[in-house]
Design a protein around this ligand. Structure first.
Ligand SMILES: NC(=O)c1ccc[n+]([C@@H]2O[C@H](COP(=O)([O-])OP(=O)(O)OC[C@H]3O[C@@H](n4cnc5c(N)ncnc54)[C@H](OP(=O)(O)O)[C@@H]3O)[C@@H](O)[C@H]2O)c1
Length: 244
């Protein structure tokens, strides 16, 4: 079977962990997985790298050598690592947290995408960059000004990339995963209501079983990346399609 390649950020837990498991089952994918935490999983096709994506100078140092060379049938980059940040209204924001959030959610994905295009633009393989976005990229949520802004900017970045890459054939998606039962949702439900007026709504998603499982969402992400020709446009939402 011909070899393919996945580069995945934020694989250590939540949605990223489920995406990792989905791709490990494919067997033909070599996987480069980046988070601060390495899981120590023993799979010959998996290489884990411990990297704090909020430290852009460290990311910059490894970027040139990060992407494996070689002939791959498919190459996928999934910029999944993300942070909800400190949930607070504007006026109470902390600049150092803001810098950290923008680095993880926006600047690191931009740097990784830039290096991906540089490394693979002249290949014939099926190449896809999938930036994990959020409904919050388009819908303002009180207390999430930093998070909403970072995801909106990442969506626009993805659209510019798609426009620039008509001639290289690289596809770009900005994909909203829906509301997923992960540590990020735990963090959202633990915030003070003073800073987050929608707290009760998010608690009720959990109590009413309205959250998607990370496994179900990872199956949809895998479907999108396996069938990009079925999806027109950059902005996608897993809630808009079913597995067929
Ligand atoms: N859960 C939802 O309802 C929801 C909704 C919309 C969008 N999303 C998006 O989905 C993606 C995954 O979120 P999730 O819910 O799975 O979150 P999560 O459970 O909090 O997991 C976040 C992942 O990102 C990694 N990460 C965080 N900070 C990092 C850093 N500084 N450097 C490197 N890696 C870092 C974490 O690994 P380490 O801690 O090991 O570094 C972890 O693997 C995010 O982009 C999020 O914005 C989630």
């Amino acid at each position: 079977m011909a070899k393919s390649l996945l580069i995945l950020t934020g694989h250590s837990q939540g949605l990223g962990r489920a995406i990792l498991d989905t791709y490990l089952q494919k067997r033909n994918f070599e996987i480069l997985a980046i988070s601060r935490t390495c899981l120590g999983l023993d799979f010959p096709q998996l290489k884990e790298i411990s990297l704090d994506l909020s430290e852009l100078d460290k990311l910059e140092k490894v970027l040139e050598t990060l992407f494996p060379k070689g002939d791959f049938e498919e190459i996928h980059l999934i910029n999944n690592a993300g942070w909800i940040g400190e949930i607070k209204p504007v006026g109470k924001l902390n600049p150092s947290n803001l810098k950290k959030l923008m680095s993880i959610n926006l600047l690191a994905p931009i740097c990784l995408t830039n290096a991906f295009v540089a490394a693979y633009q002249n290949q014939n393989s099926k190449r896809i960059v999938c930036n994990i976005s959020s409904g919050a990229a388009q819908k303002p949520v009180s207390g999430w000004s930093e998070y909403c802004s970072s995801k909106a900017a990442l969506a626009m970045f993805s659209m510019v990339c798609e426009k620039e890459n008509e001639h290289t054939g690289i596809r770009f998606f900005s994909l909203a995963p829906g509301i997923v039962d992960t540590g990020m949702q735990d963090q959202i439900r633990s915030v003070d209501e003073k800073d987050f007026p929608d707290l009760e709504r998010f608690k009720s998603y959990k109590s009413q079983g309205a959250l998607s499982s990370a496994q179900a969402v990872s199956q949809k992400i895998s479907y999108l990346l396996s069938n990009p020709e079925k999806f027109e446009g950059v902005l996608q939402d897993v809630r808009d399609f079913e597995l067929t």
